[in-house]
Design a protein around this ligand. Sequence first.
Ligand SMILES: Nc1ncnc2c1ncn2[C@@H]1O[C@H](COP(=O)(O)OP(=O)(O)OP(=O)(O)O)[C@@H](O)[C@H]1O
Ligand SMILES: [Mg+2]
Length: 236
Amino acid sequence: MTALTVRNLQVSYSGVPAVARYDVELQPGSLTVILGRNGAGKTSTLRGIVGFLPGETGRATGEIELLGQVVKRPSPLALSRQGLCLISERNKVFTGVTVADQLELISPNARAQRRVLDIFPRLAERLDIRAGLLSGGERQMLATALALLREPKVLLVDELSLGLAPAIVHELMQRLRTLADEQGLAILAADQAVTASLKVADVVQVMDDGEVVASGPIADLDVETVLATYLGQETV
Ligand SMILES: Nc1ncnc2c1ncn2[C@@H]1O[C@H](COP(=O)(O)OP(=O)(O)OP(=O)(O)O)[C@@H](O)[C@H]1O
Ligand SMILES: [Mg+2]
């Protein structure tokens, strides 16, 4: 069964279009990456899917099917209960709360906590530290761990690489690949880290000015042309 289908998603702010049309089909165990420069519409796409747009100005329309069920009115909380989690671009963790307490808040189940700490052993060494004192990479790990505690089938990840050194970006991207391979998660990640994304993704969608301008399995894409035409100079 297809994990997530999005058809003709359109997002606008105060009537100004940010995403003209977006379609995707995610299979279990697959990793799709949306690449695009600043302002291309990546965050708007992910937030549009989960219905998490600024209340007064943001508007999203389109068809969404999650695990075979049509989603009529998407909301982050309802979707999280149905198996889809978004790790958002900013404010991913509560800075004043310790790692241990944040895990506990999501799931008091010690075995479930152990499972996610096994995926991110570095967090296991930081349990008593408030998230505000973690490094950027460790914060991303915590945000991912918190999402995984909800046992999603579909994971949307916005800008995992934000502000991180290339080595950490590669490590985190590799973790996403492993989650898809070993746990069968369907993952849709939006990122500007071109090299790291191309190493792990099955499918790439290049977004420019609110539209997907090139997409397909990595093997079918003319990566050089896509990079030069739509993404300018790569960052990672
Ligand atoms: N809350 C908002 N109100 C009005 N316009 C917005 C809002 N959020 C985003 N936009 C506009 O929508 C367009 C797409 O922005 P979006 O944040 O989706 O891009 P992005 O690809 O995620 O960029 P970045 O790489 O910088 O995160 C931009 O033109 C942006 O100015
Ligand atoms: Mg963004």
